[in-house]
Design a protein around this ligand. Structure first.
Ligand code: SAM
Length: 410
């Protein structure tokens, strides 16, 4: 194309090759027997897993380089030409490439079982076509909505092979902390506090900033914010008579929402839990001033057990700050369920020695063609016992919210 020049971060700079371990957060379409192995059944025994990876391809590719060296037959690249801002939290993919085009490219450059890599996967065209053509695939994108769109698109393919959803999670954040703010924890805390529009403070142990009459606590980069941690911050805020506390975290311990709200009420404090957005790692988004710390949503489910059959019903999904939702979207919302784009259930969470991976055993989601969403999931257990049921909702902004319920099957 005359006159078009492709630029990207690090094009001319020396890029450090950081090898970071992938954190598998979900398995999809794996049978129970496959748990933990998920090997690719078209080439049994080679241990391959198709991969959908949320992260900056700079880090992802460096981390996968050793595993993939010499094995990838086709690398398809369709980067954003101008700025990646367009792709954050958008509700559709105008840049989507036609499947027919990808079909031609994949057929002419690879064979069945070949590995196809797309590190700007967007709405998932390459992964979907590779899957339909019986290729193995690795799909990467920095946008959470891109990962979610791709996951739904793959699940819609009949007999889609098992795949994992992974990210570089805390390791990527650690690398970012080191690179951008130096190794000192204080520099990291001040950076997040300021991005949140608050002022850093040094007077306290668990409180890192002030914003008007509210105190701010920032969760660690390498651990989920815990119940005990929030209690300590609440105690400190109460001891200095502060009426409000905002807790900012990358991840939160599951199911703590209601418990910490009770603790806050008992101390007369208005508590808000907010998610540190991944976009803080992107200097261009930070510069644009568009970093939003969304308040943590929470969901309610009801369960009933009859004999060995469990029914899980989604009963409520609460977005505490709908005022952050653009008016154009808000006007189309007629009830809580409209915020839910997808929900999935792991009926036997934690079984099989893979405690922190969500094994997707059932899901319902909206597509462009079919906007309906089922509200009830049913599962028949083979064995009696006590189970943890993990329910995950992805809202229309691509954010995950989970809740865990204990059930007893007798
Ligand atoms: C033009 S779109 C790809 C569209 C895709 N071919 C399709 O058919 O839907 C480019 C994608 O690159 C992603 N992206 C931009 N910078 C990235 C980075 N550093 N690492 C990974 N993905 C990135 C964007 O989020 C966006 O989804």
């Amino acid at each position: 194309m005359p006159g078009v020049r492709l630029e990207w971060d690090g094009k001319t700079a020396d890029v450090p090759r950081l090898r970071l371990p992938l954190q598998v957060v979900e398995t999809a379409n794996a049978s129970r027997a496959d748990r933990g192995t998920l090997s690719y059944d078209r080439n049994p025994g080679d241990g391959w897993r198709n991969k959908l990876i949320w992260g900056d391809n700079l880090h992802v590719l460096a981390s996968l380089a050793d595993e993939l060296a010499g094995q990838v037959d086709l690398i398809y690249i369709d980067p954003p030409f101008d700025s990646r801002q367009d792709y954050i939290e958008r509700l559709g993919y105008d840049t989507q490439k036609p499947e027919a085009l990808l079909e031609r490219i994949i057929k002419s450059s690879s064979d069945e079982g070949s590995i196809v890599l797309d590190c700007f996967v967007g709405s998932g065209t390459t992964a979907a076509v590779a899957e339909k053509l019986q290729r193995r695939w690795v799909a990467v994108d920095i946008g959470r909505f891109a990962i979610h769109t791709t996951r739904k698109r793959l699940l819609d393919i009949p007999r889609c092979a098992p795949f994992i959803v992974a990210n570089l999670g805390r390791y990527e954040r650690q690398a970012w902390q080191h690179a951008t703010t130096g190794p000192q924890v204080k520099a990291y805390l001040d950076f997040v506090v300021q991005l949140y529009g608050a002022s850093p403070t040094e007077e306290f142990q668990h409180l890192h900033g002030t914003k008007g009459r509210r105190m701010v606590h920032v969760g660690a980069i390498d651990a989920a914010v815990s119940f005990a941690e929030i209690k300590e911050a609440l105690d400190e805020a109460a001891s200095v008579g502060q009426p409000g506390l905002d807790v900012l975290g990358w991840e939160f311990e599951m199911g703590l929402h209601e418990l910490v709200q009770e603790e806050a009420r008992a101390r007369g404090i208005d508590l808000r839990l907010r998610r540190i957005p991944r976009e803080v790692m992107d200097p261009r988004v930070v510069e644009s001033g568009e970093v939003v710390f969304h308040e943590l949503a929470y969901l309610e489910v009801a369960t009933t057990v009859r004999k060995r059959s469990l029914t899980v019903t989604l009963t409520d999904f609460i977005l505490p700050n709908p005022d952050l939702v653009p008016a154009s979207v808000r006007n189309k919302i007629s009830g809580w369920a409209d915020y839910v784009d997808y929900w999935a259930v792991d009926f036997t969470y934690g079984i099989g020695g893979h405690g922190d991976t969500f094994h997707n055993q059932w899901q319902s989601y909206r597509t462009r063609a079919d906007r309906r969403l089922e509200r009830t999931a049913i599962h028949d257990y083979e064995e009696t016992g006590n189970y943890t049921v993990l329910v995950k909702v992805v809202d229309i902004f691509g954010n995950d919210t989970t809740t865990a319920v204990e059930v007893s099957v007798t």
